[in-house]
Design a protein around this ligand. Structure first.
Ligand code: GDP
Ligand code: ZN
Length: 356
């Protein structure tokens, strides 16, 4: 039987197979092959015991998409959820979600909640002015008054969507407004921080029934609140900022990061780039530079071939380090990895010498 993993908890995999929800273990053979199983995976379940609703996962079918941190397989779209007020829209966090989704091949839909708290539409126009020219679809709604909910439902119809957004922006409330029967727990906003209190939950696929024919599936993904760009090279970032990338073609250096380089066409045109977007870009570049530094350091760290040990009574001897060959091999692999990364970037100022 083929089913979808909807939840993972304490080594149990909950698999929805048509109307059944089975509690499954992974077959030993898959474990030995280091086969990972994620929420959203389509799996083959066998050894099903109907009475106890248990089974075993025998096979994981090929994934059509994958989003890490937290890991979810086979989703169709990423929807970022922010609130316009309480908590006030955090542009940098929104950009973080957009870049993260873009890196993994997803075009996000931007959903802005709590429009009922807004006195005038200036802010809505401001958000539109930044993100519409970049090609993002925007949905403004209020989970409280249900304004905009119908448009949101159409977006979710017959798709698996992941909702990512900080705690307190109203993700659970939106889901409850769409599917009141679900009664997802909502959180009170703390007066002090204007943010929801953080509760650790697991990723879970939730089925939303709109009418007799249509349904949508959403993945609630709490871990997205802690995204950092600590696994991406700085040269890759501007690709996800179209408005910066467009100007970058005229920069003097082709490895320009558009921070303070001479002849940078992006800096020349900063008045045409929304400041919130450039601020997000700079913050992400900083994180990515830290990652690159780490990568380079791990590539040419000196390893001593022997170590000194104290034999007591002040007598010191040099001994050859055990496991050195193994570490040498892994160091070589690291260096090769780094060389591959750098040559693929045509990164001119990292020459071979720096890597040896
Ligand atoms: P989540 O952490 O993103 O799931 O956020 P919740 O759904 O728990 O909502 C956090 C708080 O915001 C709760 O107190 C909700 O009642 C409130 N809230 C959610 N949506 C709206 C909305 O559209 N308008 C207003 N005024 N409050 C909302
Ligand atoms: Zn530049």
């Amino acid at each position: 039987m083929i089913g979808v993993v909807v939840k993972i908890h304490s080594n149990f995999y909950y698999v929805k197979c048509s109307t059944l929800l089975l509690e499954c273990k992974i077959r030993e053979k898959l474990k030995k092959a280091n086969q990972e199983v994620f929420v959203g995976d389509k799996v083959v379940v066998e050894e099903i015991e109907i009475e106890s609703s248990q089974g075993a996962i025998f096979e994981v079918l090929e994934r059509t998409s994958f989003l890490p941190k937290p890991s979810i397989a086979n989703i169709d779209q990423v929807i970022t959820v922010s609130s316009i007020i309480d908590p006030v829209l955090d542009y940098s966090q929104l950009d973080r979600y957009l870049v993260n989704a873009g890196r993994h091949g997803f075009n996000s839909i931007i959903c802005i909640n709590k429009t009922d708290l807004l006195d005038n539409i200036d802010e809505i126009n401001e958000i539109k002015a930044i993100y519409e020219p970049l090609g993002y679809k925007l949905i403004f709604l209020s989970a409280k008054t249900a304004e905009g909910i119908e448009e949101f439902k159409i977006t979710l119809k017959d798709k698996i969507s992941v909702l990512c957004g900080e705690s307190g922006v109203g993700k659970s409330s939106i889901v409850n407004t769409i599917s009141p029967g679900l009664h997802l727990k909502t959180k009170e906003i703390s007066n002090k921080s204007h943010r929801g209190t953080h509760t650790t939950r697991h990723v879970e696929l939730i089925e939303l029934l709109f009418d007799d024919e249509h349904k949508g599936i959403i993945a609630d993904a709490p871990g997205f609140s802690f995204l950092r760009f600590d696994d991406v090279l700085p040269e890759m970032i501007d690709e996800f900022f179209t408005e910066i990338h467009d100007f970058s073609k005229e920069c003097f250096y082709n490895d320009c990061l558009h921070i303070n380089e001479e002849g940078c066409n992006v800096i020349k045109n900063l008045n045409k780039i929304p400041s919130s977007r450039y601020n997000s870009y700079k913050a992400f570049i900083e994180e990515a530079l830290e990652y690159k530094k780490k990568l380079i350091n791990s590539g040419h760290k000196e390893e001593k071939k022997s170590k000194t040990i104290d034999k007591g009574n002040n007598e010191k001897v040099n001994i050859v380090k055990l496991g050195l060959q193994k570490r040498e091999d892994s160091r070589k692999k690291n260096k090769q990895k780094l060389k591959n990364v750098i040559s693929s970037l045509d990164y001119t100022y990292y020459n071979d010498e720096c890597l040896d």
